[in-house]
Design a protein around this ligand. Structure first.
Ligand SMILES: Cc1cc2nc3c(=O)[nH]c(=O)nc-3n(C[C@H](O)[C@H](O)[C@H](O)COP(=O)(O)OP(=O)(O)OC[C@H]3O[C@@H](n4cnc5c(N)ncnc54)[C@H](O)[C@@H]3O)c2cc1C
Length: 320
């Protein structure tokens, strides 16, 4: 069955999707959020947030609940389902197909499906996530003042984040599986000039160990000899890639080499009527504030897009 009674559908119910829905609902647009799990996105994986204005310290799940309630208060509807595909039809509307076999048809879509940091997939990583295992230096660095930390990875993100973490940490080891970094020369130069950074070459993390309060040490494995050794650290930051959930869109749309969606300044993608906001969009930094900022712009741009579309339809009727 196809449901056609929405002006806008947010695909994903993280901070971006919920914020967009709050604005669209408040702007009296018929709004739907389709979320595959519990609403809140990455907020649900975050213990304490200290960098969202107005909240000096707030638990991730608590902020997720507040954002959900706020969107629902202004009339947004929420369904729990997984979107399989988003496709633009010849008449200009979008068909959004879900795993439960439903099709939602709407003139605009805001894609807010976020992305997933790549995991090491080693013992202890999941167990200590949020208790010393982190995928975001800007988010969690301040919790590690005076500690010894490890950063895993060798690309721009890993080396830049290691440099950033030295603001708080006493020492930062970069653990890299090869004998040279992939990061650009300028970023490497800055890291090598930083006395708090030491690179550990040709090693991978084989296990994360901890105690009740969090990470205590790592087992590292030599990629050439297979020898293992212990490294005492208070936290490990993993930067081995991030996969944006942008593959739901059928048809060609502009994206960068990493699959991040390119938009204009109104958050519209290269497909007219399809907007993108939050972590899956090309941008400098991925935070809650940037996700809701994008979403605000997208929701207001959707209103303008729909108003212009209606004007054109009225003009076409008047001219016949
Ligand atoms: C561990 C961790 C800690 C962090 N800490 C902080 C912090 O302290 N401060 C800060 O500002 N930022 C922090 N961040 C970053 C912040 O959480 C993200 O930038 C923000 O959540 C992005 O919001 P989003 O809505 O774009 O994406 P997400 O939060 O990823 O939400 C996307 C949503 O889309 C849903 N979805 C995906 N695919 C589908 C589909 N096919 N169908 C239906 N639903 C789908 C997902 O289930 C998810 O709920 C942290 C990130 C991580 C990973």
């Amino acid at each position: 069955m196809t449901e056609t009674n929405y002006d806008v559908v947010s695909v994903g119910g993280g901070p971006a999707g919920l914020c967009a829905a709050m604005y669209s609902g408040r702007g009296m647009l018929k709004t739907l959020v389709i979320e595959r799990g519990l609403t809140g996105g990455e907020l649900l994986n975050t213990d304490v947030i200290e960098d969202y204005p107005g909240f000096e310290s707030v638990k991730g799940p608590e902020l997720a609940q507040k954002m959900t309630d706020h969107a629902l208060k202004f009339g947004a509807e929420l369904v729990t389902d997984t979107v399989k595909s988003i496709e633009k039809r010849e008449d200009g509307d979008f068909d959004i197909e879900t795993e439960l076999g439903k099709t939602y048809r709407a003139p605009t879509v805001i894609l807010t499906a976020g992305g997933t940091p790549r995991k090491l997939d080693v013992p202890g990583e999941k167990e200590y996530a949020g208790r010393g295992v982190s995928y975001c230096a800007v988010c969690d660095g301040a919790f590690f003042k005076g500690e010894v930390l490890a950063v895993v990875g060798g690309g721009d993100a890993a080396v830049e984040e290691a440099d950033y973490l030295t603001r708080y940490a006493e020492k930062v080891y970069i653990i890299h599986r090869r004998d040279e970094l992939r990061a650009s020369q300028i970023i490497q130069k800055r890291a090598f000039a930083n006395p708090k950074i030491e690179v550990i070459w040709n090693k991978v993390v084989a296990e994360v160990h901890g105690e009740p309060k969090g990470v205590a040490h790592l087992t590292r494995e030599d990629t050439q000899t297979g020898d293992t050794s212990r490294l005492d650290v208070g936290g490990v930051f993993i930067f081995i890639g991030f996969t944006p959930n942008s593959g739901l869109v059928k048809g060609h749309y502009e994206h960068d080499a990493g699959g991040y969606i390119i938009t204009d300044s109104n958050m519209m993608t290269s497909i007219s009527g399809l907007f993108a906001a939050g972590d899956l969009r090309v941008q400098l930094v991925r935070q809650i504030t940037t996700a809701v900022g994008d979403a605000t712009t997208a929701a207001i741009a959707v209103e303008k897009y729909l108003a212009e579309k209606r004007d054109k339809e009225l003009e076409a009727v008047a001219s016949t």
